[in-house]
Write a protein that binds this ligand. Structure first.
Ligand code: CA
Ligand code: CA
Ligand code: CA
Ligand code: CA
Length: 403
């Protein structure tokens, strides 16, 4: 489901109805008199409020607590629109303080923020859903860092060169309109196979199909796109992240669980279930949303997963068999806490004095300032605040560079 529990829009309608005193349904006992008829909006709002309360109560069971240090500027969407979706942190190769956060507004385009959360670039591209970055892609005798996003308006992948001088994006050639097999492009990640020295863009669609496109330097400075393989999951996936060193792609099947799939097409396709959303598993609650890897040396580190249905984040070990470590939540502090996260990205590089020991960026489904609702944005969390919320403390290591 796109937004299983509720949309910001319908919650907004709920609030408006309450404020204007025209809600007829008792929210106390959630029961309707037999003769009572409610509109679709009201029914949806009522369901949303129940789901919000349920997610909040699941969140309350999680003990490790973290505060965001910064929040990004709000997007150019309306206050009640569900707009912000997925961030990708780009680490500048020589001046870490010039690193950026590239984020999707799924109503209209891509935004680029600096490490203070200020918007520095904005590209109206249509309905881009998820975004990822990769480093040092060889193209036409040079190397470029790339950003790629699923574009639901044009049913394709929008791909860009990241300009190292100012973090702006220059569009390159995509693969064209994607195969009809892919019904509504949705999640995306890069995979740079260190073993085979190959670059891929992996894309999934709402109907469960996943396609892995090999990208190489083509003619006249263009990217050459070649479909390397595809496979289908049983229900809708979205969040994905690749482990470039260990050769796996992690995929969130939203209502079902987290898969770990062999990433190199040269090798046998194998998928292993890391965790699922059955009711007897308290670790994650559907939807499974953003996935990202915190990479420490020697194949160590963590897989971080947005457990959207419990307003929290689950942490698994990066190494086999991906043991569950625990979960944390982000609550009100200098900036507001985080609810119903879609996408996220984590990075362990030194990023200048704002984030010297790594950064987690998450989408916030309900942004407010002093309890006054605002359009959506991203929250920035310093990695040590997360690492120290656990006992024993998680690894804090900046030696791995994202490249
Ligand atoms: Ca989703
Ligand atoms: Ca919030
Ligand atoms: Ca999403
Ligand atoms: Ca805020």
């Amino acid at each position: 489901m796109y937004k299983r529990f509720f949309s910001a829009g319908s919650l907004g309608i709920m609030r408006l109805l309450i404020v204007s005193g025209i809600i007829l349904v008792s929210c106390k006992n959630n029961k309707l008199a037999p003769s009572e008829v409610i509109s679709e909006d009201k029914a949806e709002a009522r369901k949303d409020s129940i789901e919000f309360a349920r997610s909040k109560s699941l969140q309350a069971r999680i003990k490790p607590v973290v505060f965001a240090q910064k929040e990004s500027d709000i997007v150019h969407a309306k206050i009640y629109e569900d707009a912000v979706d997925d961030p990708a942190i780009w680490v500048h190769p020589s001046d870490p303080a010039k690193s950026t956060v590239i984020g999707t507004d799924k109503t209209n385009g891509l935004l680029v923020y600096n490490l203070k959360g200020e918007e520095i670039h904005y590209y109206k591209l249509g309905r881009v859903n998820n975004v990822d970055v990769c480093y040092n892609f060889p193209l036409n005798g040079a190397v470029y860092d790339l950003a790629a996003a699923t574009n639901r308006s044009s049913s394709t992948i929008s791909i860009f060169k990241i300009n190292r001088d100012d973090g702006s994006l220059t569009e390159l050639n995509g693969p064209g309109k994607l195969d009809e097999k892919l019904d509504d492009v949705y999640g995306i990640c890069f995979y740079h196979s260190k073993k085979y020295n190959a670059f891929y863009v992996v894309v999934n669609a709402k109907n469960g199909w996943v396609q892995q496109w090999k990208i190489t330097s083509g003619e006249e400075g263009n990217i050459h796109w070649q479909l390397a393989r595809d496979f289908q999951l049983e229900s809708q996936p979205e969040g994905m992240v690749a482990d470039n060193e260990l050769g796996f792609i992690y995929i969130g099947e939203e209502e079902y669980g987290i898969w770990k799939v062999t990433a190199d097409p040269e090798e046998n396709y194998k998928k292993v279930l890391i965790s699922n959303t059955t009711s007897d598993n308290p670790d994650i609650t559907y939807d499974i949303e953003g996935l990202s890897l915190y990479k420490a040396p020697d194949g160590k580190g963590y897989l971080i997963v947005s457990s959207q249905g419990s307003f929290s984040y689950a942490i698994y070990k990066r190494e086999d068999p991906n043991k569950y470590i625990g979960s944390f939540k982000i609550i009100d502090g200098i900036v507001d806490g985080v609810e119903e996260t879609d996408g996220l990205d984590v990075c362990n590089s030194y990023l200048g004095h704002d984030f010297p020991l790594g950064l987690l960026v998450v989408q916030d489904g309900f942004n407010d300032d002093n309890k006054i609702k605002q359009a959506q944005n991203f929250k920035y969390i310093a990695w040590p605040d997360i690492a120290k919320a656990f006992e024993p403390q998680l690894i804090i290591d900046t030696s791995y560079r994202n490249r």
